[in-house]
Design a binder for this molecule. Structure first.
Ligand code: AMP
Length: 205
């Protein structure tokens, strides 16, 4: 199965992508995590990407699309890619070259005021990257690592990331709608409830 997971920052893409990957045996490709790792290791890509990420802007399309093209296995869930029309077109082209088709583009829908509240308080395990809601105490319940804030989860950068989402990423809904692949999934409620909704949507897909 091949899936794209769409939705604004803070909509729970990372949490749900991990669950879907486990449930369906998919490669989980999270571009934000890969880029943060490249930045931490100070690779050429990481050095180029850092300033864009710190400002809440998108890393240039070509860099990210090349990064994806080199990694994709036959069954995957893409979390955080594509994020612009040129990226969506690159993905369509790549899939065509490989003779693969997408099964669905799942769109997580969350009201804007809830997104801002989630992003400004959320914590992430600095070791295993699991995301926790505001107020969760260290250590991480999964791996015992320390919890902290993501560098780009501060008010100014959050505002810029939401602008980028509205101007550049949201048009992808229309792109995948036209391809007959868009599946809208309300992403409010507990992670378990949202996961059940995603699974039910995939059964119908
Ligand atoms: P995320 O963890 O998905 O919220 O991504 C964190 C940051 O990584 C974004 O704000 C961008 O700067 C960068 N990034 C992640 N995915 C992409 C992408 N598909 N295209 C461009 N930049 C990306």
């Amino acid at each position: 199965m091949r899936l794209v997971l769409l939705g604004p920052p803070g909509s729970g893409k990372g949490t749900q992508a991990v669950r879907l990957a486990q449930a369906f045996g998919l490669q989980h490709v999270a571009t934000g995590d890969i880029l943060r790792d490249e930045v931490a290791r100070q690779t050429d890509l990481g050095i180029k990407a850092k300033a864009f990420m710190d400002a809440g802007q998108l890393v240039p399309d070509q860099l990210v699309s090349d990064m994806i093209a080199g990694r994709l296995q036959a069954d995957f869930i893409l979390d955080g890619y594509p994020r612009s029309l040129p990226q969506a077109e690159s993905l369509t082209h790549l899939l065509k070259q490989k003779g693969w088709t997408l099964d669905a583009a799942l769109n997580l829908q969350v009201p804007e005021d809830e997104i801002v509240a989630r992003l400004s308080g959320r914590l992430v395990c600095l070791q295993c990257k699991t995301v926790f809601p505001a107020g969760t105490e260290s250590p991480c319940q999964k791996c015992g690592g320390k919890l902290g804030k993501r560098a780009d989860d501060n008010a100014n950068v959050i505002r810029e990331r939401l602008n980028v989402y509205h101007n550049t990423t949201k048009p992808l809904e229309n792109y995948y709608q036209k391809l007959g692949l868009l599946r809208e999934v309300p992403a409010v409620g507990s992670p378990d409830e949202i996961f059940k909704r995603l699974c039910a949507t995939l059964k119908r897909a």
